[in-house]
Design a protein around this ligand. Structure first.
Ligand code: ADP
Ligand code: XUL
Length: 515
């Protein structure tokens, strides 16, 4: 048996797989808001942050780890687990002093993790991926490193607010003494992995590439990016290493407390998107994954690390080797929900009265689907832009509004994924909105590729468990063939009659966006 953990924005989940039977045998989840109300973080972060700050309390993640393993151990023999790997929300960072290593090595199974480790935090809270407070630091890093094109060439992304390097720089500027006291800076994923291993573990190339610090050519921290970010930074970063590396056996805290075997190995952690690439069976180029969650993401394995000349997309390490693209669209379900609520519809009416009652191309009407600020492309204003008939522009005709919003979202996604230079031969769709048949068909038509949907909701957690098994010698392709299967009857074929309509709409959309 192999254990996968996923420490995401809103919850920490644990999933056990049995490669012999090809099945998921246990799954538990701890929702931060519901199960740990004392942290006052109903959506997994501290609300009301100023100047774009979005932070979370790392002690909450530790409490959730104890809770999830406690829940699992209630009715499952954890001594059967051969290895564990962790996936985490990307970019978030945890700052710890010299006592952290010693504390990890001497954890007392009678005390909670949070009580024993909190004194090692040099920054009480951890900035997470939703944080946008580092615009100034991004500009400073880009200037010091020779411009954003150079930052992108080196690290696979221009300097981005939520990425770890700019976040580290902001901390260094705000509290130089606390930065000085910091002995190690972890990502969310490597922080949880270090606790499991009872020692500081390396950062993998998948999550490490989301820091604006990893050189994608030599897969080591880049000297010029380190210098541009903060002094003496290399000494504070764990090593960068390949994802399938084994960090060592699990800490005795977990063997004593939860009955995990002392021979259980901890495999390096990775980010939730690289982990989902594994869990969605998409580690080879050709299959694209579109996740329709709170935000929408588009990602795929890539042969060579080409970068986005516009600077919106990212290149991360593929946990199975090579690289992956990742593009994040902030206005995903948030925009769909805003329009649904404005029109007073439910999801089935959204589909039935919107898509089913209208025709592909929205009768030539177009919408830039940005109900709030957007990161791909960068738009700092609120509110969609409508162009078409007078009634449509006045936001009359609800069915056309629905279709134009959805077409706008996926035309925007098609346009901003062209830099990858590969056509999708198959799209695997996941996340809450993937269950909507109308939306899934629209994705197939706009990309002119078949769409498959999975029964499993937690692709990142499954990816973590598969990575644990892979690192201990199981063949990844065989594992993915057994675990990463589309739900029966979930495949949709593109309608070839819509190909020309959406090629034309793409050009019109691009022109409207430029205008
Ligand atoms: P996350 O993991 O980012 O929290 P999920 O992947 O769980 O998000 O997706 C949740 C979102 O899915 C909800 O916010 C909702 O807007 C959307 N959703 C759920 N069901 C449907 C549906 N039938 N049609 C469209 N969107 C849906
Ligand atoms: C990716 C990103 C998010 C987080 C949270 O760049 O910021 O997808 O990984 O899930």
């Amino acid at each position: 048996m192999f254990l996968g953990l996923d420490s995401s924005t809103q919850s920490l989940s644990a999933l056990v797989i049995d490669p012999a039977s090809g099945s998921i045998v246990r799954e538990v989840s701890v929702n931060f808001g519901a199960s740990l109300p004392s942290y006052q973080s109903p959506s997994g972060f501290i609300p009301g942050g100023k100047n774009g700050e979005v932070h979370a309390d790392p002690r909450m993640w530790l409490d959730a780890l104890d809770m999830a393993l406690g829940k699992l151990a209630e009715d499952f023999d954890l001594s059967t687990i051969e290895a564990v790997a962790c996936s985490g929300q990307q970019h978030g960072s945890v700052y710890l002093d010299h006592s952290f290593a010693q504390r990890l090595a001497t954890l007392d199974p009678v005390q909670p993790l949070a009580d024993q480790l909190s004194a090692a935090l040099t920054r009480a809270t951890a900035p997470i991926w939703m944080d946008t407070s580092t615009g100034v630091e991004c500009a400073e890093i880009a200037a010091a490193a020779g411009g954003n094109a150079e930052v992108c060439r080196l690290s696979g992304s221009v300097a981005i607010e939520r990425f770890t390097g700019p976040q580290i720089r902001r901390f260094y500027k705000q509290d130089p003494a606390a930065y000085e006291r910091t002995a190690v800076i972890h990502l969310v994923s490597s922080f949880i992995g270090s606790v499991l291993a009872g020692k500081n573990i390396a950062i993998d190339h998948g999550d490490g590439a989301g820091m604006n610090l990893l050189n994608l050519q030599n897969l080591d921290w880049d000297e010029s990016l380190l210098d541009a970010t903060a002094p003496n930074l290399r000494a504070k970063l764990p090593a960068a290493a390949a994802s399938p590396s084994i960090a060592g056996p699990i800490s005795s805290y977990f063997t004593t407390k939860y009955g995990i075997s002392s021979s259980c190995q901890v495999v390096l952690s990775t980010g939730d998107n690289p982990s989902s690439l594994v869990g969605m069976g998409a580690t080879s180029p050709g299959t694209m994954v579109i996740s329709l969650g709170t935000s929408d993401t588009f990602f795929a394995a890539m042969e060579n690390p080409v970068t986005d000349p516009q600077g919106f997309g990212h290149v991360f390490g593929n946990p199975a080797g090579g690289f992956m693209s990742l593009i994040c669209f902030r206005n995903g379900s948030l925009a769909r929900e805003a329009l649904r609520d404005a029109l007073g519809l439910d999801w089935s009416a959204f589909d039935r009265q919107g898509l089913a009652a209208t025709t592909p191309g929205s009768e030539g009407n177009l919408m830039l689907p940005f109900f709030g600020p957007e990161i791909t492309p960068r738009r700092d204003f609120d509110g969609p832009v409508r162009k078409g008939s007078a009634e449509f522009e006045a936001a009359g005709n609800p069915p056309l509004q629905v279709r134009a919003l959805l077409e706008g979202q996926f035309l925007n996604m098609r346009l901003h994924s062209q830099w990858i230079g590969e056509k999708a031969t198959l799209i695997r769709l996941t996340g809450g909105a993937s269950q909507n048949d109308g939306i899934a068909q629209l994705v197939a038509d706009i990309f002119q590729a078949p769409v498959e949907r999975f029964a499993i909701a937690n692709g990142a957690g499954l990816g973590a468990a598969l990575r644990a098994a892979h690192a201990l010698g199981h063949d990844l392709t065989t594992l993915q063939a057994a675990f990463c299967k589309p739900a029966a009857g979930s495949r949709l074929e593109p309608d070839p009659a819509t190909a020309a309509i959406y090629d034309r709409a793409l050009g019109d959309y691009k022109a409207l966006l430029s205008a």
